[in-house]
Design a protein around this ligand. Structure first.
Ligand code: BGC
Length: 257
């Protein structure tokens, strides 16, 4: 069975039909630039454009970069604040005339990874993090999602974590991989102290470059893997194998006596 997936992101609105049996895109995705301001009406126009590009008619799943309860948007850190309190499913259903489901973007990525990818069959506490314009988080306990965790907004050294360690910050501040990895390291260590996950799955666009920074992360007890989909040029996902794992856990440093 196919559904249509659309991601509303800070820099682009991307969509494609998704094959739910294979857990893969059925066609290469189409992207339009996010309008500025990224307010509900112009974004709804872009979503409609992406859906029409494929001549799609059927159920549409939309991922949004903010807290979503039911289908109502509660926060909008990196898009226009006019989204707050908007029933996004209702707005998009009116625009498209198709059934629409809306979910937080990181939660949706997490559900996909737990169903088809790096987290498949994993019990215990699993945390997916997406590094992009902001930092998204999805927390799973024995495969069940704890929605809207929003751990990118945790305070770290007097700063909001995503203002220090999102990929956009690396680009805006021209940070080296080493410098940025030190920030990511502090962030993961903090999350580890709070949640003790057994597995971190690294998602977001930067996961394609996992080899550049994941080997620089040390003293994290949890296993760290990149998301299953690592290739830009192809819409086919590579499959999660042990050899895809970019790094295995190292023991924490011995306490000083
Ligand atoms: C938002 C989250 C979102 C993340 C990634 C954060 O700024 O608050 O809801 O998951 O960015 O887009």
């Amino acid at each position: 069975m196919n559904v249509f997936g659309v991601d509303i992101g800070g820099s682009g609105i991307k969509g494609a039909p998704v094959d739910l049996d294979r857990g893969d895109l059925a066609e290469p995705r189409h992207k339009v630039l996010t309008p500025h301001p990224a307010a509900p009406e112009p974004v709804a126009d872009c979503v409609a454009e992406v859906v029409r590009h494929f001549g799609w008619s059927g159920p549409v799943g939309v991922t949004f970069p903010g807290v979503v309860t039911g289908s109502v948007i509660r926060t909008a850190a990196n898009v226009d604040k006019n989204w707050i309190d908007v029933d996004a499913a209702e707005l998009l259903h009116e625009r498209l005339g198709m059934p629409v489901t809306v979910l937080n973007d990181a939660d949706a990525a997490g559900v996909a990874e737990m169903t088809f990818g790096a987290g498949k069959g994993r019990k215990g506490t699993v945390m997916l993090l997406t590094f992009g314009t902001g930092i998204g988080s999805a927390l799973f306990v024995d495969g069940r999602l704890v929605p809207n965790t929003e751990l990118g907004h945790l305070e770290l050294n007097n700063h909001e974590a995503e203002k220090r360690a999102a990929t956009k910050v690396k680009e805006d501040e021209g940070l080296s991989w080493e410098h940025w990895a030190r920030r990511v390291q502090k962030y993961l260590a903090h999350l580890e102290m709070l949640f003790s996950p057994e597995l971190f799955i690294i998602g977001g666009g930067v996961s394609r470059k996992a080899d550049k920074f994941v080997p620089l992360l040390h003293h994290i007890r949890a296993e760290i893997v990149r998301r299953r989909s690592g290739r830009r040029s192809s819409h086919r996902w590579s499959g999660s194998r042990a050899s895809d794992r970019t790094r295995r856990a190292r023991p924490p440093p011995a306490p000083r006596s």
